[in-house]
Design a protein around this ligand. Structure first.
Ligand code: IPM
Ligand code: MN
Length: 355
């Protein structure tokens, strides 16, 4: 029996997670996968009910699960809390405690979605297919932080540091992924300014000797941000430190047409992982049945593939999503002026019936 911890979270999290759960249940029946689903609380809802954004009961649930399916966390209501009490810190604690140091974020133009990209057709060409490998449990997100308040001037700091061990394990993941794909790896850093980036670059460069067939390039993060919009087709796998990867993967999501389409897996070395849409909790559209469930549904596919090795079940979900998009079904975020959008539940139903 495979145990899935389901953490819907806040905002549109519960709606899109329910869509993902429906896809998993259908796949489980169709492909004979023995699963159990156990629900837990994280983020704002956990703060309201327990006082903590990542309560111990949720941590225990995550530790005993084989995979974690997450919605999204955060919202206006909790914005004034100190940073360590905010919903986001629940997500960061979970990543750190489960130890998922590698965040895989595929960003590609899906079939029939070329027109939804904000980039010009001459730049999009026949589409791009990028895999971000973002470091997730180190760097500036987890460095020493502090504030010093005095009468005439306040100071606040966040330290960015990386150990060679942290860089090596994420770099290995990126080389392995690149090896399985088009063997083209770009490592992002700011080595012209930052010491931690110098170590990053040197460590990645050293590892490239073990992967002679993978073509490695180093790119400064500012240039990478620019290259993504002027020539996204040059990229295959992009390796990035935590914060640079956070920023660039949102940019990449936007140029695919909608952040509502992209899934992610956060993995540790033994393959255990957290599966979640890369979009946030979007409180402004929560509860209105207009959120795009596709990113969450595709996260369910990633879960079945990476956590359980159920390739057929995963592909059946992905194929159903592509089919529905190809047929022109659109939620509000991806509908153009002449298209009539369908709701979260209807989109989910359309996908499930095609699995
Ligand atoms: C993401 C999110 C998180 C991050 C936030 C919610 C802490 O933006 O998963 O990309 O910055 O990692
Ligand atoms: Mn982000």
């Amino acid at each position: 029996m495979k145990r899935i911890a389901v953490l819907p979270g806040d905002g549109i999290g519960p709606e899109v997670t329910e869509a993902a759960v429906k896809a998993i249940k259908k796949a489980a029946v169709k492909y004979n996968i023995d699963i159990s689903l156990e629900y837990g609380k994280i983020g704002g809802i956990a703060i309201d009910e327990t006082g903590s954004p990542f309560p111990e009961t949720t941590e225990a649930l995550c530790q005993r699960a084989d995979a974690i399916l997450l919605g999204a966390v955060g919202g206006e209501k909790w914005n004034d809390l100190p940073s360590e009490k905010r919903p986001e810190s629940g997500l960061l604690s979970m990543r750190k405690k489960v130890g998922t140091f590698a965040n895989l974020r595929p960003a590609s133009i899906m079939p029939g979605m070329e027109g939804a990209s904000p980039l010009a057709p001459r730049i999009i060409g026949d589409g791009f297919d990028i895999l971000f490998v973002r470091e997730l449990t180190g760097g500036i997100y987890f460095g020493e932080k502090g504030v010093s308040l005095s009468d005439d001037s306040h100071i606040a700091w966040d330290k960015m540091s990386y150990s060679e061990m942290e860089i090596k394990r994420i770099a290995r993941m990126a080389f392995e992924e690149a090896f399985k794909r088009r063997k083209n790896l770009v490592s992002v850093d700011k080595a012209n300014v930052l010491k931690s980036s110098r170590l990053w670059r040197q460590t990645v460069e050293n590892m490239s000797k073990e992967y002679p067939s993978v073509k490695l390039r180093h790119m400064y993060v500012d240039n990478a941000a620019m290259q993504l919009v002027i020539n996204p087709r040059q990229f295959d796998v992009i390796l990035a430190p935590n914060m640079f990867g956070d920023i660039l993967s949102d940019e990449a999501a936007a140029i695919t047409g909608s952040i509502g389409l992209l899934a992610s897996a956060s993995l540790r070395a033994d393959g255990k992982g957290i599966y979640e849409p890369i979009h946030g909790s979007a409180p402004d559209i929560a509860g209105k049945d207009i959120a795009n469930p596709i990113a969450a549904i595709l996260s369910a596919a990633m879960l079945l593939r990476h956590a359980f090795g159920e390739e057929k079940a995963a592909s059946s979900i992905e194929a159903a999503v592509y089919k529905v998009l190809k047929e022109g079904k659109r939620t509000l975020d991806i509908a153009r002026e002449n298209e009539i959008p369908i709701g979260t539940m209807e989109m989910t139903k359309e996908i499930i019936t095609r699995m």
